[in-house]
Ligand binder design. Structure first.
Ligand code: NAG
Ligand code: NAG
Ligand code: NAG
Ligand code: NAG
Ligand code: NAG
Ligand code: NAG
Ligand code: NAG
Length: 902
C-alpha cells in the first residue's frame, strides 16, 4: 500500500490514481491529470514546463476527518511564486485536494466567470459504460437546474461554472452502485468546477474572473467514494463536511412551529384584499386563528413591506407605511407573533451605502444596479433595529442575484464568503436564525460553516405551480448539511377567492395605486401563435438577464413588460447575431390582466364592453370619470357603465378575474410536514383549513416532524418508475419508524428495505400499513429479508403514505406502535419522546416475569392524544392532558397518567 503511494507521489500527475476502493469493485477510477494556474495573464501548466516542480514530499498526519497520508508538490511559476498542491488520502477512502498560494498570484483572470483560474485537481472521467452524473444547479439549493443523466448522452445538462459546484458520479445498478461525491471542502464561494465536454475532464479551482490571489489563499476539494448507495454516500459526504468544519447549528424554533407566510403564492402576497392594507389583512388572520384555536406561532413578511430602489433592490429595509400603517412593531405586538422577515439584494442607490450618503461601507455596482455591504457593523445595526420590531428569523432571498450580479464578488476572492460570514456572525450574536432562499449550490455549501443558517428553500416559488413540491433530492442535500428544507408556503384550501394566479403572476404593485394588481403571463405555453416551438430563455442567456419563474425554460413570457404580451424566440442562439433572432407573440391569456376582483371598487382597467356585449359610453364626468370604461365608483356589486348616450341605461361588466385552484392541499401539507422544516400556510383567514393544518402539529403549534426528512430513494436516479418514491423515519430510543411516500407512482413496485433507505427500520418483524388515503387499506407484516410489494399510487398529484413500525415483544404477545393516526407523522419524537420496555420478576415464580411497555407522551393543556397499537387486536389509548407536559402511557394497562416529576 505504502509503496504504491510512494510511486504515485513521484509522478502522480501522470498516473492513474485509483480513487475508489473495494466494494462493488471500485468501478469509478478517476484519472488525475496535470494542474495549471493563470499568472500574469498567462496560462501556465506542467506539461509545457511553465510550472516547474520544486520539490515533493509525503507523510502522515491527522485532522478532523481522521488519519491521512499526504503527497505534496511545490511548483514555481516563471515569476518564482510557489503553488503548493497536495492530496490527502484518508483511511475511509476520502481524498482531499488542496491548492495553496503562499505568496499569492497576480493577473489571474481568464475573463470567463464560469471558468477556473487555477486547476487542481483535474479529473478525467473514466471510460465506464453507463457512467451517470447528478448535478444540482441554479437557485433554490440547486433545484431550478437540477439535472442527472448519462455522461455519454446527456452531457449538455451537466451543471458547472456559476451554476454548479456539487457533482455525483455513479455507475452500477440499484442496490449495487458505486459512486463518488465531489465538492469544495473550503472556499466554495470562490471556487468553480468546469467540465471540458470534449476531453471529459473536470477542473476544480479559483473562479475564472479573480484578478489576484492574495498571499496564503488556500482552497480544498473533497472526494467521497462510496459503495453503499447514492443517498448514503451523499449523507457520508455531508457528515465529512460537518465533521471538518465542526459547526454546531443553533436551535431553530421557527422551523419547529406553525407559521403563516405571505410570500409568492400566498393569498396576501402584495395583496391586502378585501382589506385596505396588510396590517388589517394579517389581523384578520390573527382574529381567525384565535377564534378557531389555530396555533400560528410565526409570521413571515415577504418583499412587499420595504422600500425598493434601482433594479428592484433594497433601498432601505424599513416599512412602507401604506402597507403597514402601524409598522412591523405594531403588527408583531398586536399578534404576539415573532417575525420571519424577507430581504433581497441591495440596490446601487441603497440609503445605507456611504456612496449614497449613508453610514456603511458598500461596494456599488452601477451597471448591474446592485450593491453589497462590506462590513459586519452594517449587519449588527440592521439586525439590532429589527430585533426591536420582533425579528426572529432573517430570510435572505435572491442570494443568486446578489452573487451573480455583483461584479466585485467575482474579481475579489474574499467578498463572497465575507458577505455571508458577516451576516451570520451578526445573526448568531443576536440569536437570530437565517433562512437562505434562491441560494446557489456554492451558498448551500458555504452554509456548513455558518451556525445561524439553519433553514433553506429547496424549490421554486409556490404560486400553485404543479412541480414545486418535488423536493426529494434537494431535501437530501439540505439534510446532509444539517439544514431544514423548506418547501415554501401553500394553500390549505382549494380556493382563495379573488386571488388570481391562473397562468398569471403578480407583479409588484405601483405604489401610487397600491392595490391595483398587475400580472404577467406565467403559464406553461411553449409554442408561439403560429405554432413554432419556443427557444429556451436560458439557451440565449435571458435567464440571467431577466429573473422570473420559467425563465430557465422554453415558455412564453413577457419579462419586465418589454413587449405588448407574452412572446418567445422561435429561432435564436448565441451563434446568431442578436438582430437576426426571430420572435413571435404567443396565443395565451393576456395577463396584463384587465379583470376585477371582489366587487371591483378598485378596478382601473380598460374594459369597455358590458356583459351583454354592449359598448360603454363616456361617463361624462359623473363620479369624476371621463372615459368609456367599466367602473364601480358607488360600491355596487360589480363594475358597470352606461350604455346609452343619455345615461338612461346601464349594464354590468363581467370581466371578473378567473380564480386559481390548488389541486391538492393535502399533498402540500403532507410534503411540508414530512420535510421536517418550516411549515407556512398562506390562505386568506376564512380559507385556512383548520382540520388539515392540525394534521401537522400539536395544539400548541409545535410541528410533529419525523427525525429525518423525506428524501428520494436511489431508484429515482435510475428509472422514472421510482419518481416520486421518498422515505423518512422517526427515531425514538432505539426504535425506528419508517415513512414511505409514493406520489404519481403508477406501477406496483417491489422494493427491499435497503432500496427504500430504511434498512434499520425493518427488524425481526415489521408492520407496514397505510394511513393515507383512508381507503387504501394496506397492511403487511414482513421479515427484514422480504421485499415489500408497494401499492400503486398513480394519478396526477395523487399520493399515498405508508408507515412502518418495528415489533416489540411483550408477555402479552407481539406489539406494534402505530401511533397518532390523525397526524401526518403518527410517531414523532416531538410527541412520543421515549419508549421503555421493562421486565419485572414476579413474586410467585422465579422464572416468570412480566414485561411492560410505557411511552412518554408530550402534550399541551387541554389536548387529547389518541395513540393506536396493534397486538392480538388493534386498540387505542387516549391521553387527556390536564396540564402541559408529559404523560406516561402504559400499554399493558391501557392507561395514560400524568408523569410524575422526578
Ligand atoms: C482537449 O484539451 C485540449 C487541451 O486543453 C484542447 O486543446 C482541446 O481543444 C480539447 N479537446 C476538445 C475536444 O475539447
Ligand atoms: C380583529 O379583532 C378585533 C377585536 O375583536 C377587532 O377590533 C378588529 O376589527 C378585527 N380585525 C379584523 C381585520 O378582522
Ligand atoms: C426609505 O426610502 C424611502 C423611499 O425612498 C424614503 O421615503 C424613506 O424616508 C426611507 N426611510 C429611511 C428610514 O431611510
Ligand atoms: C477584497 O475585498 C476585501 C474586503 O473588502 C478587501 O479588504 C481587499 O482589499 C479586497 N482585495 C482586493 C484585491 O481588492
Ligand atoms: C410543451 O408543452 C407540452 C404541454 O405541457 C409538453 O407536453 C411538451 O413536452 C412541451 N414541449 C417542449 C418542447 O417542451
Ligand atoms: C434560423 O435562422 C438561421 C439564420 O437566419 C437560418 O439559417 C435557419 O434556417 C433558421 N432556422 C429555422 C428553423 O428557421
Ligand atoms: C374599447 O377599447 C378598445 C381597446 O382599447 C378600443 O380600441 C375601443 O375604441 C374602445 N371602445 C370604446 C367604445 O371606447
Amino acid at each position: 500500500m505504502f509503496a504504491t503511494r510512494l510511486v504515485a507521489a513521484v509522478a502522480w500527475w501522470l498516473l492513474l490514481t485509483a480513487i475508489c476502493c473495494g466494494g462493488v469493485a471500485g468501478i469509478l477510477q478517476l484519472e488525475q491529470e496535470a494542474p495549471f494556474v493563470y499568472d500574469d495573464g498567462q496560462r501556465c501548466d506542467v506539461e509545457t514546463g511553465c510550472l516547474s516542480a520544486a520539490g515533493t514530499s509525503e507523510g502522515a498526519g491527522v485532522d478532523a476527518l481522521g488519519d491521512f497520508y499526504r503527497e505534496q508538490t511545490i511548483y514555481l511559476t516563471p515569476n518564482g511564486a510557489p503553488v503548493t498542491l497536495s492530496t490527502r488520502y484518508y483511511d475511509n477512502g476520502i481524498q482531499v485536494f488542496r491548492q495553496e498560494f503562499s505568496s499569492g498570484l497576480q493577473g489571474t483572470s481568464t475573463g470567463d466567470k464560469d471558468a477556473v483560474s487555477t486547476c487542481f485537481p483535474r479529473l478525467r472521467l473514466p471510460d465506464v459504460p453507463d457512467l451517470r452524473y447528478i448535478t444540482p444547479g441554479g437557485y433554490m439549493a440547486g433545484w431550478t437546474l437540477l439535472s442527472h443523466g448519462s455522461i455519454a448522452s446527456d452531457l449538455n445538462w451537466f451543471r458547472d461554472g456559476e451554476d454548479g459546484g456539487f457533482v455525483v458520479l455513479f455507475s452500477g445498478e440499484i442496490g449495487a452502485v458505486s459512486s463518488v461525491v465531489i465538492s469544495s471542502l473550503t472556499q466554495p464561494m470562490a471556487t468553480n468546477v468546469k467540465l471540458d465536454r470534449g476531453n471529459l475532464t473536470l477542473d476544480w479551482g479559483v473562479q475564472g474572473q479573480a484578478e489576484d490571489i492574495h498571499a496564503d489563499y488556500a482552497s480544498e476539494v473533497i472526494l467521497v467514494p462510496g459503495e453503499e448507495g447514492i443517498g448514503e454516500n451523499i449523507m457520508a459526504w455531508g457528515n465529512a463536511l460537518r465533521q471538518y468544519h465542526t459547526t454546531q447549528k443553533i436551535q431553530d424554533p421557527s422551523a419547529e412551529y406553525l407559521s403563516y407566510y405571505t410570500d409568492n403564492g400566498a393569498a396576501h402576497y402584495y395583496n391586502p384584499l378585501p382589506y385596505g392594507n396588510l396590517h388589517d389583512a394579517l389581523m384578520s388572520v390573527y382574529n381567525f386563528s384565535v377564534q378557531h384555536s389555530l396555533p400560528i406561532r410565526r409570521l413571515q413578511l415577504d418583499s412587499w413591506w420595504y422600500h425598493k430602489g434601482a433594479g428592484g433592490g433594497v433601498k432601505n429595509w424599513t416599512e412602507i407605511p401604506a402597507f403597514l400603517p402601524h409598522g412591523i412593531a405594531g403588527l408583531s405586538q398586536a399578534t404576539g407573533w415573532p417575525i420571519v422577515a424577507h430581504n433581497r439584494y441591495f440596490s446601487s442607490d441603497t440609503d445605507y451605502a456611504q456612496q449614497n450618503g449613508g453610514s456603511y461601507l458598500f461596494t456599488v455596482d452601477e451597471e448591474e444596479q446592485k450593491s453589497l455591504p462590506l462590513d459586519q457593523v452594517f449587519w449588527d445595526d440592521l439586525l439590532d433595529d429589527a430585533l426591536a420590531w420582533g425579528l426572529d428569523t432573517y430570510e435572505q432571498d435572491w442570494l443568486d442575484r446578489q452573487y451573480l450580479f455583483t461584479s466585485a464578488i467575482h474579481t475579489n476572492l474574499t467578498l463572497g464568503s465575507s458577505w455571508l460570514n458577516d451576516m451570520n456572525t451578526a445573526a448568531l450574536e443576536r440569536g437570530i436564525n437565517i433562512q437562505y432562499c434562491m441560494s446557489l449550490v456554492r451558498q448551500l455549501l458555504h452554509s456548513v460553516t455558518l451556525p445561524a443558517v439553519t433553514q433553506i428553500r429547496v424549490s421554486d416559488d409556490y404560486i400553485l405551480q404543479p412541480d414545486q413540491w418535488r423536493i426529494g433530492v434537494t431535501s437530501l442535500l439540505a439534510h446532509a448539511l444539517q439544514l431544514r428544507p423548506y418547501k415554501d408556503v401553500f394553500w390549505s384550501s382549494h380556493k382563495n377567492p379573488d386571488v388570481l394566479f391562473i397562468d398569471c403572476e403578480l407583479l409588484a404593485p405601483d405604489l401610487n395605486q397600491p392595490w391595483r394588481l398587475m400580472h404577467l403571463y406565467g403559464g406553461r405555453a411553449n409554442v408561439s401563435e403560429s405554432g413554432k416551438p419556443c427557444v429556451a430563455w436560458r439557451d440565449i442567456g435571458w435567464d440571467d438577464l431577466y429573473y422570473g419563474s420559467g425563465m430557465d425554460l422554453n415558455l412564453c413570457r413577457n419579462p419586465e413588460n418589454i413587449k405588448d404580451g407574452a412572446f418567445c424566440f422561435t429561432n435564436a442562439s448565441f451563434d446568431m447575431p442578436e438582430e437576426s433572432w426571430e420572435w413571435e407573440y404567443c396565443d395565451v391569456p393576456v395577463c396584463e390582466v384587465d379583470c376585477f376582483t371582489l366587487s371591483g371598487v378598485l378596478y382601473v382597467g380598460g374594459q369597455n364592453v358590458t356583459q351583454s356585449g354592449r359598448p360603454c359610453v363616456d361617463w361624462g364626468g359623473e363620479y369624476g370619470i371621463d372615459r368609456a370604461v367599466c367602473r364601480n365608483p358607488n360600491n355596487d356589486v360589480a363594475p358597470w357603465c352606461y350604455v346609452t348616450e343619455g345615461h338612461t341605461e346601464r349594464d354590468y361588466c363581467d370581466n371578473k378575474c378567473p380564480e386559481a385552484t390548488e389541486p391538492n392541499p393535502a399533498l402540500q401539507a403532507a410534503v411540508s410536514t414530512l420535510s421536517a422544516g418550516p411549515l407556512g400556510v398562506g390562505d386568506k383567514a376564512e380559507e385556512l383549513n383548520v382540520d388539515l393544518i392540525m394534521k401537522s402539529c400539536n395544539a400548541d403549534g409545535r410541528l410533529l416532524h419525523p427525525s429525518k426528512p423525506l428524501t428520494v430513494v436511489d431508484g429515482y436516479f435510475f428509472s422514472a418508475d421510482y419518481r416520486e418514491v421518498w422515505t423518512a423515519y422517526s427515531q425514538v430510543e432505539s426504535y425506528k419508524f419508517g415513512i414511505i411516500f409514493l406520489a404519481e407512482v403508477d406501477k406496483a413496485l417491489t422494493m427491499t428495505a435497503s432500496e427504500l433507505n430504511l434498512a434499520d427500520a425493518f427488524t425481526t418483524s415489521t408492520v407496514v400499513f397505510s394511513n393515507y388515503p383512508q381507503d387504501l387499506g394496506y397492511r403487511r407484516v414482513v421479515s427484514p429479508e422480504e421485499a415489500l410489494d408497494l401499492p400503486s399510487c398513480g394519478g396526477y398529484l395523487n399520493f399515498c403514505l405508508l408507515y412502518t413500525a418495528p415489533l416489540i415483544q411483550t408477555d402479552a404477545g407481539d406489539l406494534y406502535i402505530l401511533g397518532e393516526l390523525e397526524k401526518w407523522v403518527p410517531v414523532s419524537p416531538d410527541r412520543i419522546t421515549d419508549i421503555v420496555t421493562t421486565t419485572t420478576a414476579t413474586t410467585t415464580s422465579s422464572s416468570a416475569s412480566s414485561s411492560s411497555v410505557t411511552l412518554s407522551v408530550r402534550g399541551v393543556q387541554g389536548e387529547s392524544v389518541t395513540l393506536s397499537f396493534s397486538g392480538a387486536n388493534d386498540f387505542s389509548v387516549t391521553c387527556v392532558f390536564q396540564d402541559s407536559g408529559m404523560m406516561t402511557l402504559n400499554v399493558g394497562d391501557q392507561t395514560c397518567i400524568a408523569a410524575t416529576v422526578a
